[in-house]
Design a protein around this ligand. Structure first.
Ligand code: IPE
Ligand code: IPE
Ligand code: MG
Length: 254
């Protein structure tokens, strides 16, 4: 069956976020090194980027490397960073041709210079594009992001630029890395793990969570469509009751 046909076009999430997990297990179950799984995960990235563009999704955020991932063995971190440079370099032209605008969230200053340079180049090159916004979360964690925002807000208060009395959820949002990005309506995590692992802690307040058993390197367009179809069958109540839904546009206003 063509799953894509089951997707309701006017009920698409504006923003989908993915915790791409299971690369290591995928490789190890084949008797290979973990890095082989990361390499094979690149095809899955291509598939979800392409599918998002085709469907008209506005934002796709991919969790590519967490703050905690710096604690992995040095060889794996180096291999991941090398793969990052290679993949961004190889994909920049094709992203551009597909009208994709690449951005990134996270502590980018902690990335090796080669990654930073390649990433900056790709972001500059695609900055004028008007199709899918592809957001890479690199050296990112939710607690890091909220802590950075807090530090900046305190500095602004000390400089007299922010009146503490005006602090509300909207103001805090403007200091997050995602200040210009709507909260994700749908979060997908692959590999059967059911946790958030410090991802978008603020932004996921009312996000629908979808856990897939598929290991990331096996994740294909059909798996992505399945997640969207599942999402579209849910009631999003935002604290209200079912009978209130449909009578007005119910939106989460945090
Ligand atoms: C996800 O796959 C990729 C990154 C975290 C960079 P993992 O490397 O976590 O794979 P598993 O979870 O060990 O199988
Ligand atoms: C989360 O996956 C981070 C990314 C996918 C980049 P991990 O595999 O690092 O998460 P935990 O440590 O198992 O929770
Ligand atoms: Mg993992």
């Amino acid at each position: 069956m063509d799953l894509k046909k089951l997707i309701i076009k006017d009920k698409l999430p504006r923003h989908i976020a993915i915790i791409m997990d299971g690369n290591g297990r995928w490789a190890q179950s084949r008797g290979n090194m973990r890095v082989f799984g990361h390499q094979n995960g690149v095809e899955s990235v291509k598939q979800v980027v392409e599918a998002s563009g085709e469907l008209g999704i506005e934002y796709l955020t991919l969790y590519a490397f967490s703050t905690e991932n710096w604690n992995r063995p040095r060889a794996e971190v180096d291999a991941l960073m090398g793969l990052m440079v290679k993949t961004i370099e190889a994909q920049t032209e094709s992203l551009h041709e597909n009208n994709v605008r690449l951005t990134a969230i996270g502590e980018l200053d902690d990335l090796p210079p080669a990654v930073k340079k390649q990433l900056q180049n790709a972001m500059d090159y695609t900055s004028g594009n008007t199709g899918l916004n592809l957001v890479l979360a690199l050296s990112y964690s939710g607690r890091w992001e909220i802590t950075s925002a807090l530090k900046t807000i305190i500095e602004e208060i000390q400089k007299g630029n922010v009146d503490p009395g005006t602090i509300d959820t909207c103001l805090i949002e403007t200091y997050l890395n995602t200040s210009n990005i709507p909260d994700p309506e749908l979060l997908i995590r692959t590999s059967g793990e059911r946790r958030i692992s410090n991802f978008m802690l603020w932004q996921l307040a009312y996000t629908e969570l979808y856990f897939s058993q598929v290991l990331w390197p096996d994740f294909r367009k059909k798996d992505f469509y399945e997640a969207i179809i599942d999402f579209q069958r849910r009631d999003r109540r935002f604290g209200r009751i079912k009978e209130q839904l449909g009578t007005e546009t119910v939106k989460y206003q945090g």
